[in-house]
Design a binder for this molecule. Sequence first.
Ligand SMILES: Nc1ncnc2c1ncn2[C@@H]1O[C@H](COP(=O)(O)OP(=O)(O)OP(=O)(O)O)[C@@H](O)[C@H]1O
Ligand SMILES: [Mg+2]
Length: 336
Amino acid sequence: MSLEKSDMPQYNYSDLIGAGPEMQHVFYMLSQVSITQSTVLIMGETGTGKELIARAIHNASPRRNKLMVKVNCATLPPNLIESELFGHERGSFTGALERRIGKFELANHSTLFLDEIGELPPDLQVKLLRAIQEKEIERIGGKHTIKTDVRIIAATNRNLQKEVAESRFRSDLFYRLNVFPIVLPPLRERKEDIPLLAAHFIDRFARTAGKKNVRLSSMVMKQLNAYNWPGNVRELEHVLERSILLMQGNIIREIHLSSPLSKAENKSKADEDYSRTLAEVEREYILGVLDKCRGKVFGPGGAAEILGLHVSTLNHRIRKLGIHKEHKYFIKVPQH
Ligand SMILES: Nc1ncnc2c1ncn2[C@@H]1O[C@H](COP(=O)(O)OP(=O)(O)OP(=O)(O)O)[C@@H](O)[C@H]1O
Ligand SMILES: [Mg+2]
């Protein structure tokens, strides 16, 4: 009997971009774990797509017909997290005017996405561990336990192993969550995905902005490649959104990065763009040293001493490179 296509699990990863080996590995992991009930721990820097992956797992799982429920452990004040997770009975504490159903109960037969799990206070780490292990919860002020069937996906941008080593995160909870870890690499380590991601976001924002055939200039593409993307995919998304709004015509010739290209990044850009002659490199280097010693060529702390050259040799080079003509310090070089 052959399997019809419609019998096969349907994965919808159309929103997930990644052609390089790192993301292909992530997609493979995703396809393996989605159909199971296993707990998944997604780790990665800010903006690497942790929430997107969590949603993709839920959407490809047998639980996809129910909404995934999300709790952000970082944005709630610690005293409210317990009620948020487990709910409370009316009158269980001052201000508990009504019974409240917690997110664990809401996620029954569905997926509970515990975002920023690394921020969970220690007392709640114990309670969460118990809820996951026993598969039951207790509302605050409640008299009985409630059975739950919840699939857990947790995410963090912290190094949880380190948090455990430094006793900020319980090791038993870590091992309970770390059943199926997925690590999302930072964008600077998968630069081969930048053109695809850029095309994906350009397509989206150009359509919203009503612009057609939007393209990137090759200089801008080089800048995108040279940048180190501390904010990862989210930063790339925002940069392109801004650039599309500000662009004239249909070619993006300018981008506005939040942090400037570092010297090294700029240098690699310069190296790619035009190969400088040795004389240019030497000239720039000598100018830099002269700048440091405020134009002083000879004597202690002078450029010749710093460069380890005889004064006459340095003078010769300075003359040859035409430095005295433009340099802001007036450099006296005997003319022959
Ligand atoms: N592989 C990808 N393909 C397409 N879009 C992506 C990809 N990864 C991330 N994005 C987009 O980048 C943005 C940030 O992703 P997401 O919110 O999932 O990151 P995060 O890791 O949860 O970040 P944070 O740690 O700051 O919460 C979203 O708009 C998401 O759609
Ligand atoms: Mg997130």
